[in-house]
Design a binder for this molecule. Structure first.
Ligand code: GAR
Length: 214
């Protein structure tokens, strides 16, 4: 059976979302992780990829290299895989506008907050400091502005008084592993697209919080 959606995953670290997507693709014959690119040579996600016999590449930043120069090399590495979908799964680099525009509508990211809240780093601690009662995770299409592309799906978790950034992160991670493979599946089934800057699922434009399941 030919695979319809070639999924390329970009990581920087542990790769637990990569693992969830690999496992999800095993159950979803319409998608396959055909490669993993890391900007860190010691990312544990590379070991996960090897264990699943998935091809890997490292694109490590050179000293003094500009963002645009790095992104040009990253683009060459990506194009080698001819992916249908590029999945940022804890890929901790800011990407240049030109790079992002080149992959518009076919690159998604997972961010550990209920966007538009808490773009950037330290999202769990920021939710605790703000005494938020709920926190969560968002999957969104990548657009040039950091963590600001149209949201596809969010999952919420409660924040408890005794939470630390670590306990909250664990709760959020559990949700990440449930929703990211689902979004990859939607994309591979041609149900999901970015049209006129909006996320569209099954022909319906999603609102700012993405697809809502009650
Ligand atoms: C995840 O929590 C993901 O939401 C976050 O990095 C972690 C990667 O974990 N991404 C960002 O913060 C992007 N702004 P993983 O390597 O175990 O998948």
């Amino acid at each position: 059976m030919s695979v319809s959606c070639r999924v390329l995953v970009l990581i920087s670290g542990n790769g637990s979302n990569l693992q969830a997507i690999i496992d999800g693709c095993d159950d979803n014959l319409q998608a396959e992780v055909i490669g993993v690119i890391s900007n860190k040579p010691d990312a544990y996600g590379l070991i996960r990829a090897h264990q699943s016999e998935i091809d890997t590449s490292c694109v490590i930043a050179h000293k003094g290299e500009t963002r645009v120069e790095y992104d040009a090399r990253l683009k060459v590495a990506i194009d080698r895989y001819q992916p249908d979908l590029i999945v940022l799964a804890g890929f901790m680099r800011i990407l240049s506008d030109e790079f992002v525009q080149g992959f518009e509508g076919k690159m998604i990211n997972i961010h550990p907050s209920l966007l538009p809240k808490y773009t950037g780093l330290h999202t769990h601690q920021r939710a605790i400091d703000a005494k938020d009662e709920e926190h969560g995770v968002s999957v969104h299409f990548v657009t040039p502005e950091l963590d600001s592309g149209p949201v596809i799906l969010q999952a919420k978790v409660p924040v408890y008084e005794e939470d630390t950034a670590d306990t909250l992160a664990l709760r959020v991670h559990e949700q990440e592993h449930a929703i990211y493979p689902l979004v990859v599946k939607w994309y591979s089934q041609n149900r999901l697209a970015m049209t006129n800057g909006k996320a569209v699922l099954d022909g319906v434009e999603l609102d700012a919080a993405g697809y809502a399941i009650d």
